[in-house]
Design a protein around this ligand. Structure first.
Ligand code: NAP
Length: 315
């Protein structure tokens, strides 16, 4: 072979760039890695005579998705060596009843983390309940104190879903510095916090962030400029291939139950990304299921251990 023949070199035509093959961001694998590490730390904790991390989950009513999430959180506690307590209230529970439960958990020194599964029935004011949780036990990171500290870049609990996304980006060593991140959705639990975190002066972070919502004009054009897209709007298959530039990193947060008679459950779980069409254009992409959802629970477990260690420090 001639020394001038270099099969791996790029073609001279500037429009024919070569992109690295797409890689799946495997939430199942990374969540398992995180949980194994937490399990080891918990065992060391116990061997040193320290207390077992203890998460209290409060579930009001019988919403199918909420039941599934809470059951999964309890199961993950067991697998990680944490203690868990599930407190159930009826769908008709009053705000005063839930307030009493939260206040009791706040005062219980055995409980490290408190999560009140959302959404709550309409007779209960969610903001009031979240504000009542002791910020030292706010493992969901929704309390105004946690949010305020996060916005100021101070040590705080980070909401589990955005924290899970950061852990995923970190695990795959994805370059975020100087990248244009487009976040679709501005909710308090996903869109807004991940936009703040990606903008922080740290890793993962230092992105230039555009936050889109239901009033955003030219959303497709904005998405096409993105190096990183976080789709968190709850519209199955919303992000199409023509909205994504070659080589983008796509994080699909969406979880929607779509009727599917072929499934035993009667529904399929769909993300916000048209995965089949979008994936071939990406450098990295999360699947649904098997992506951000599993990372969310792993991140919650991490927050619970932090709470137990009385550290609450996430840099
Ligand atoms: P949400 O509170 O309903 O917020 C949705 C956001 O998307 C809003 O900011 C809304 O804009 C925006 N939006 C809706 N339609 C839009 C459109 N056509 N174009 C642009 N923006 C649009 O939802 P969420 O709680 O953030 O959840 C979003 C999705 O993530 C849901 O599928 C949820 O199930 C899923 N989720 C997954 C996890 C996980 O662990 N993987 C955790 C939490 C949530 P406006 O503000 O203008 O209304």
């Amino acid at each position: 072979m001639s020394k001038h023949h270099t099969p791996t070199s790029q073609p001279h035509c500037p429009d024919m760039r070569i992109f690295a093959p797409m890689q799946i961001l495997d939430g199942k694998l990374v969540a398992q890695t995180v949980k194994e590490s937490l399990k080891t730390k918990t065992a060391q904790h116990l061997a040193a005579g320290k207390k077992q991390p203890h998460l209290a989950a409060v579930l009001v009513g019988h919403d199918g998705a909420s039941e599934t999430y809470v059951a999964s959180k309890v199961k993950n506690c067991e697998e990680t060596g944490f203690k868990s307590t599930l407190i159930r209230l009826d769908t008709t529970a009053t705000e005063a009843e839930l307030v009493a439960v939260v206040e009791k958990l706040n005062q219980d020194t055995g409980i490290d983390g408190i999560l009140v599964q959302l959404p709550l029935p309409k007779q209960i004011n969610e903001d009031r309940i979240i504000s009542l949780i002791d910020p030292q036990k706010d493992v969901d990171g929704f309390h105004p104190v946690s949010v305020g500290r996060m916005v100021q870049g101070l040590p705080s609990f980070i909401p589990a879903t955005p924290y899970g996304i950061l852990l995923l980006l970190e695990h795959y060593n994805i370059d975020t510095q100087g990248k244009h991140a487009v976040v679709i959705g501005r909710s308090n639990i996903v869109g807004r916090p991940i936009s703040i975190l990606l903008n922080r002066n740290s890793y993962p972070g230092n992105c230039t962030v555009t936050v889109c919502h239901s009033h955003t004009q030219n959303l497709a054009g904005i998405c096409r400029q993105a190096d990183i897209i976080v789709a968190a709007l709850g519209r199955p298959g919303f992000l199409k291939a023509d909205m994504v530039k070659e080589g983008a990193v796509v994080i699909d947060v969406g979880i929607t139950r779509v009727p599917d008679p072929s499934k035993k459950s009667g529904y399929a779980i769909k993300g916000d990304v048209d995965f089949e069409a979008v994936a071939p254009k990406c450098s990295y992409i999360t699947p649904v299921p098997g992506g951000v959802g599993l990372m969310t629970i792993a991140a919650l477990m991490k927050n619970t251990l932090y709470a137990c260690e009385q550290k609450n420090i996430i840099s």
